[in-house]
Design a protein around this ligand. Structure first.
Ligand code: HEC
Ligand code: HEC
Length: 264
């Protein structure tokens, strides 16, 4: 008896399973790429090809009739990376020191403020540079700082950042007598979606752009947290700090400010 070869057009089983597979493939492609996208409630496609591209995950340009949402306020234009300001040379630091003469009234002769302004000594240079750029663009608003940065050029800001980052910072001081570090700093508040402050601000890790907080005046830390919580300060990239601050209680704010501000 002569059985037909498996993969042969003369084998009816082979032909019918091939056809069945094709039918399934075509139906599912039609269903997945054309029908389902068209059925989406709030998607508008200009044609079948548009729907297919969208289902395949290609980025779509927003239709002209539907402009991208814009904020009514200035947001930060700065992208912070760990490599943003590579090691500054002595020359840049020296020029920064000269430029910094007009900052000493408030930020102190060596970057340590006696006037409840934030300390800048030993602050990450990328943080200083970003904040100066944000004051200049209007993304961060301060009646005091905004006019002071108006005439600073980009290189001035880089050199100021290099100079202040080079100055020795206050050593962290968390005496045992002050009790253990507050829970919000070391453990966050998972139920309120708050990561530990320390995971971004030092101690356990540093996120690019997050400031060194040890030794900052408590009044400054509190003011910034309240400003983030109430949307008065909104220059944090992707609302990282606003999302934290909005969920903090007054007690959290007090405890973390006291902890970071602690100085001998
Ligand atoms: C009249 C006082 C005063 C002078 C002068 C001054 N600053 Fe400030 N600076 C402040 C105050 C107050 C703040 C906090 C403002 C806020 O709440 O946004 C600040 C904030 C900053 C910050 C943000 C710090 C942070 O941790 O986010 C930077 C950076 C800074 N100043 C740099 C400078 C530089 C550079 C100069 C000199 C060109 C300067 N400042 C001059 C008072 C001053
Ligand atoms: C997900 C990371 C992250 C966590 C968690 C976080 N922060 Fe921040 N924080 C940032 C970043 C990033 C900035 C800088 C925002 C900007 O670009 O101006 C910032 C800014 C701040 C500032 C302003 C500093 C200055 O001088 O401008 C304060 C104060 C602050 N955070 C306090 C806290 C406290 C207290 C906690 C814990 C309850 C906390 N942060 C948790 C990322 C974080």
């Amino acid at each position: 008896m002569n059985t037909p070869r498996t993969f042969s057009p003369r084998n009816p089983w082979f032909v019918s399973s091939l056809l069945l597979t094709l039918v399934i493939a075509v139906t599912s492609a039609l269903f997945g790429f054309v029908l389902l996208p068209q059925m989406q409630a709030n998607a508008r496609y200009t044609g079948i090809w548009d729907a297919i591209c969208s289902a395949a995950g290609l980025v779509q340009a927003a239709p002209a009739s539907d402009p991208v949402m814009q904020t009514s306020y200035q947001t930060t234009q700065v992208m912070v990376t760990q490599q943003m300001l590579p090691h500054a040379g002595a020359e840049a630091i020296g020029r920064g020191a000269t430029l910094a003469l007009r900052c000493t009234n408030c930020h102190g002769a060596r970057g340590l403020s006696q006037a409840e302004s934030p300390n800048l000594a030993g602050q990450y240079s990328a943080v200083i540079y970003k904040q100066l750029l944000d004051y200049k663009s209007g993304a961060r608003v301060s009646a005091v700082m905004t006019p002071l940065v108006a005439d600073l050029a980009d290189t001035d800001m880089r050199e100021l950042a290099a100079y202040y980052a080079y100055l020795p910072r206050l050593p962290p001081y968390h005496p045992a007598s002050a009790g253990p570090a507050p829970v919000i700093v070391v453990g966050g508040a998972p139920m309120r979606n708050i990561a530990p402050c320390g995971s971004c601000h030092g101690a356990m890790g540093n996120k690019a752009g997050a400031a060194w907080l040890d030794g900052q005046p408590a009044s400054y830390i509190k003011a910034q947290l309240r400003a983030f919580a109430t949307d008065t300060r909104r220059n944090d990239i992707s609302e990282q700090m606003r999302n934290v601050a909005r969920n903090m209680t007054a007690a959290d704010i007090d405890a973390s400010a006291r902890y970071y501000a602690n100085q001998p």
